[in-house]
Design a protein. Structure first.
Length: 293
């Protein structure tokens, strides 16, 4: 998974890379088989759609589910980001996002780094997302929408939306979205939606403006997101629970490439439950807390 010069140039221009069918059906099925049991749990780390029972986001499965612990150390997901950031990485966030049939709600237009900056005090945008489709993604089941090149604007103005959906985001104003889409090509390419079979992977910049519509189709659209951050760029505040914004900045060590199909040992520190310390939060930057202590 070493990125070629042409891929590096494409990422610099567009802010994302798409790799159709990067994982085999057998690898993807191993992950899919684990999702129903994880979604069935009545735990804080399962955020459900507003007024519904459908799971919107499952957080931190790599800490209590062996298949996802292995995915969190998979070289196909880790190595390209190391290439781009030129540094060892830690796991800032791990999500299994569900756009369930008929019930999956919208994700408003936003930059991920906007949330990581405002909530977690991540110093710079030296972090990005890698997503793998666990279901086929089509135009019907709420695919991601990107504004190509919007990462070039850097951090844009955003407002904290606490009411529209069940998960708060720092969202981007509609007028700015119009400007960014027009700059990216308007109706001729100003918005793109990578689509493909289960096992496809997307890598995208933390400042790339993106969204997704609701899923009114009878087809689920479940995807896993690894939010990977340069170790030197770790967050400076624990305002959110640890299952949302992780506090272990240890560099990720990759497993062999066949790890989803073979039994490699992985640590599952939360297999017996989320520790109480993971739920403790503070709005004070932890460097200031250390000084005060």
């Amino acid at each position: 998974m070493k990125l070629t010069p042409s891929k590096l140039a494409q990422f610099d221009r567009d802010g994302y890379l798409f790799f159709p069918s990067l994982f085999t059906p057998e690898e993807t099925q191993t992950l899919n088989d684990a999702v129903p049991e994880l979604y069935s749990r009545r735990e804080d780390y399962n955020v459900r759609e507003k007024g519904k029972d459908a799971v919107r986001t499952n957080f931190a499965a790599h800490l209590y589910s062996a298949p996802f612990a292995k995915l969190g150390r998979h070289p196909r997901m880790i190595e390209p980001v190391q290439d781009l950031l030129g540094e060892e990485l830690y796991m800032h966030q791990f999500k299994i996002n569900g756009k369930m049939a008929f019930e999956g709600d919208v994700w408003q237009w936003h930059q991920d780094y906007g949330t990581w900056l405002n909530d977690d005090l991540m110093p710079t945008e030296r972090a990005m997302n890698v997503a793998i489709f666990l279901d086929d993604v089509t135009e019907h089941n709420g695919p991601l929408m990107f504004i190509p090149g919007s990462h070039k604007k850097g951090v844009v103005d955003a407002k904290h939306d606490l009411t529209t959906t069940s998960y708060p985001l720092w969202t981007v104003d509609n007028n700015l979205i119009r400007q960014l889409v027009q700059r990216a090509g308007g109706q001729q390419g100003g918005i793109v939606s990578p689509k493909g079979p289960a096992g496809s992977m997307i890598l995208f910049h933390s400042c790339l403006v993106h969204a997704s519509g609701s899923n009114l189709s009878p087809f689920n659209r479940v995807s896993v997101y690894l939010s990977l951050c340069a170790v030197s760029n770790h967050i400076r505040r624990h305002k959110r629970p640890e299952y949302i914004a992780h506090r272990d900045f240890t560099p990720i060590t990759c497993l062999p490439d066949d790890c989803l199909l073979k039994d490699y040992p992985v640590d599952l520190p939360w297999k017996d439950g989320v520790p109480a310390t993971a739920l403790q939060t503070s709005s004070v930057p932890f460097d200031e807390m250390k000084k005060a202590a």
